[in-house]
Design a protein around this ligand. Structure first.
Ligand code: DGJ
Length: 733
């Protein structure tokens, strides 16, 4: 997988080749990234050479123009005028570093990063290139991991101060890739509360296009994920280069098109409002950037991400484990939860065949609305007089699992915790702290805070009655600062916060590997590979209306396998947008997500009991199917979505057609299935009709009429009306 010869390094597997070399001046030059090459070391013979002078740093070498030379880890100040991967300042005020090759190491497998989540090793090799800068007396290690069976390249960088003076690090991207002059389109995911992960596509503009976060979390505004699609690329063909970050804090991914049409992709921690002080001997480790290349368009790219995330990111303890069907109290009861209400809902849950009750927000002391109590993690004495453990046991005695909601990083000023520790919040010196949902953020740079929260959660979980934890985080961070960090180091606080969070998550999830953790941040405000390293699933959005949700799931699916997502049937009219939809459509929009449930009040459950029972039976029956399979975006338009899903054993195929507004006298649609077994037959479960794989793929499946038996007696139609959908199940026979 990794070869090195004549100063050339190549990383090659069946998905891609990545090649770079040490130039004559010691600069690491990027040579090639793309489809696998037969002889990658020789690709240097085609290496792009500059033929123009510029301002030349390396005198005597003609045309060695750093503004044009594709580099592996560019710096600023020595004639490359684009945004650099790395920037630091020494005590003399010097910010110019020229990083040159010093040595390299190849190791089998991969080491975890310390303090940060990182992709798991196994069947991989790692190349570490050590660069040095003699005037700053630093070494920078660039780490590259290639896996045998994944189309991803994992990169990170680490700087160490080897001198005897202090350094101020202001920018350390995890990875930089310089593409030769190219015509790319960008696809990225943006949004806000309740409309996360909307996709946007555009041509790469001249200049620098940046998606980033300054909110303390990776954010719904810009997911840390970008795709560069070569022109002509589409869902099923063409070269696609994509990048994400195993990090949950302030990120930055930028695409810069330079004066010679060359394109630089930087992925890492946001350099804005960031600085890290490096005393002699100190080092700083960047998070890992992950790059996925596909020559088979967006679908091929998504499948690479999906299998990598399952195999190397999400916790092993829930890998391939079906998730319990559940009722969540949020949209059924909001803050009006109490022991009797929850036990009642548990009975309802039993009556429709659900497997778990999740007690959402509102259970702890004094929490009857969102103005108080965050931080006081003990049961409200009036509403839960017997406590949470007792409630959990009662629920378990009904044959159900029990889950609970927490928001451990937050605090209300109306809380015991704040009364006792007003200095435990994030706060910039001399500033007024803005409130978000009436709450402040705890200072996770402070170990006492992290330990306190660990103890509180530990005492909730240690009795073993809690099977699932929904970990929420409901505000962006502002006026960020920490009394625990020296005045000179305040710009370290956002990253230190994330390190504190990761240390807590690491301790907890290691101690409780069998508790199912769900990541949530007002929905998808921190849905990233960092959080998914600790938590097996994520609540992607508070948008429980199916039409809103379709868009979100479609966006998610570019990067995430749907088995990291949870979904539920929420109320209608929908509480976020007022739309009225059928129970069936509310279920279908999330049908391919791993975790299925409901969040409905008593009367809605009673009114729809038989339909809910049927749907939850279906969800249970297929809960193993919805883990580990292949998801296909077959159609996406303003008025329709069509998705296909094949189970991991290739034995079942699901097709979902979702129709937004109905029109009269609509033309038929032919949906062509993909990646079925040509010579196998597939049984349509609802009517016993048999189709060959070949027929379903080549001639397709006709909608809106879904089936018609030979004697014409049994005709079933797509449901009529707006916001309707149909989910078909086929079994290979
Ligand atoms: C935001 C989450 O996204 C919701 O599902 C719910 O848990 C509320 N917070 C509770 O405050």
């Amino acid at each position: 997988m990794i070869a090195s010869e004549k100063n050339i390094f190549s990383l090659t597997n069946k998905y891609y080749s990545y090649v770079f070399r040490v130039g004559d001046n010691g600069i690491l030059e990027h040579v090639y990234y793309g489809a696998p090459l037969n002889n990658p070391i020789n690709s240097f013979s085609h290496h792009y050479q500059t033929h123009r002078d510029g301002v030349l740093h390396f005198q005597g070498e003609k045309n060695y123009n750093l503004s044009e030379i594709p580099q592996e880890y560019p710096t600023f100040g020595s004639t490359d005028f684009r945004f650099p991967a790395f920037h630091c300042k020494n005590e003399d005020g010097n910010t110019i570093s020229v990083l040159k090759y010093k040595e390299h190491f190849i190791i089998s497998d991969k080491k975890p990063l310390s303090g940060l989540p990182s992709a798991r090793g196994g069947n991989c090799n790692t190349l570490i290139i050590r660069l040095e800068d003699n005037s700053h007396k630093i070494v920078v290690d660039l780490t590259y991991t290639i896996y045998k069976n994944h189309g991803v390249l994992v990169r990170s960088s680490k700087v160490k101060n080897k001198g005897n003076k202090k350094l101020e690090l202001s920018n350390i991207y995890s990875s930089s890739i310089d593409f030769p002059a190219s015509q790319f389109k960008i696809l990225h995911l943006h949004g806000s509360w309740s409309r996360e992960l909307s996709e946007e596509t555009m041509s790469v503009p001249r200049g620098r296009f940046i998606i980033d976060s300054n909110r303390g979390s990776s954010s719904a505004a810009h997911s840390p994920f970008i795709v560069l699609c070569e022109n002509q690329c589409n869902e099923i063909s063409g070269n696609v280069y994509s990048s994400s970050l195993i990090y949950s804090g302030n990120h930055s991914i930028s695409v810069e098109k330079g004066e010679f049409n060359n394109v630089r992709l930087l992925t890492g921690i946001n350099p804005f409002n960031f600085s890290w002080s490096l005393s002699p001997g100190d080092s700083f480790q960047s998070p890992e950037a992950v790059h996925a290349f596909s020559k088979d368009g967006l679908r091929g790219m998504s499948h690479i991400w999906h299998s990598f995330i399952r195999e190397k990111i999400t916790p092993v303890s829930f890998k391939n484990k079906p998730r319990p069907t559940y009722i969540n109290t949020w949209e059924s009861s909001y803050f009006k939860v109490n022991q009797a209400e929850v036990l009642n809902l548990a009975d309802k849950a039993v009556s429709i065949g659900l497997e778990m009750v999740v007690l959402d927000d509102g259970w702890f002391e004094g929490r009857t609305d969102d103005t108080s109590s965050l931080g006081d993690w003990y049961a409200d004495a009036n509403r839960f007089p017997d406590g949470i453990q007792d409630l959990a046991i009662k629920i378990k005695n009904k044959g159900l699992k029990f889950g609970i909601w927490v928001e451990p990083e937050m605090i209300n000023t109306r809380s015991e915790l704040y009364k006792n520790h007003p200095d435990w919040v994030l706060k910039a010196p001399e500033s007024i702290s803005s409130l978000g949902r009436n709450q402040l953020v705890l200072d996770f740079c402070n170990n006492d805070v992290v330990n306190y929260i660990f103890d509180k959660l530990d005492s909730l979980l240690s009795e073993g009655n809690i099977d699932y934890v929904k970990w929420d985080m409901n505000r962006n961070m502002s006026e960020v600062g920490s009394p625990k960090v020296s005045i000179q180091k305040q710009l370290e606080v956002p990253h230190r916060y994330i390190l504190g969070l990761y240390s807590l998550l690491n301790r907890l999830t290691k101690k409780y590997p069998n508790v199912l953790f769900e990541n949530c941040a007002s929905g998808g405000n921190r849905l990233d590979l960092g959080m998914l390293s600790y938590m097996s699933q994520s609540w992607p959005s508070d948008m429980s209306d199916p039409i809103g949700r379709l868009k979100i799931i479609n966006g998610c699916s570019y990067l995430f396998p749907l088995d990291v997502l949870s979904a539920y049937i929420g109320p209608s009219p929908n509480h976020q947008n007022g739309r009225i939809t059928s129970i069936n459509s509310r279920f279908n929009a999330g049908a391919f997500c791993a975790a299925q449930g409901i969040s409905l009040n008593h009367s809605d459950i009673d009114k729809n009991k038989s339909e809910l029972t049927e749907l939850m039976k279906f969800a249970k029956e297929h809960s193993s199917d919805m883990i580990g399979g292949r998801f296909y975006r077959l159609k996406k338009s303003d008025n329709a979505y069509c998705w296909q899903y094949i189970t991991k054993d290739y034995d079942k195929v699901f097709l979902l057609y979702f129709h937004i507004l109905s029109g009269p006298n609509e033309p038929f649609k032919h949906i062509k299935f993909v990646e079925l077994e040509e010579n196998s037959n597939y049984l349509q479960v609802c009517n016993g009709k048999i189709y060959s794989g070949n027929l379903l793929m080549e001639n397709g499946f006709t909608l809106p009429y879904v089936s018609m038996t030979h004697d014409n007696k049994n005709i079933s139609y797509m449901p009529k009306g707006d916001f309707t959908s149909k989910l078909f199940v086929f079994e290979k026979i």
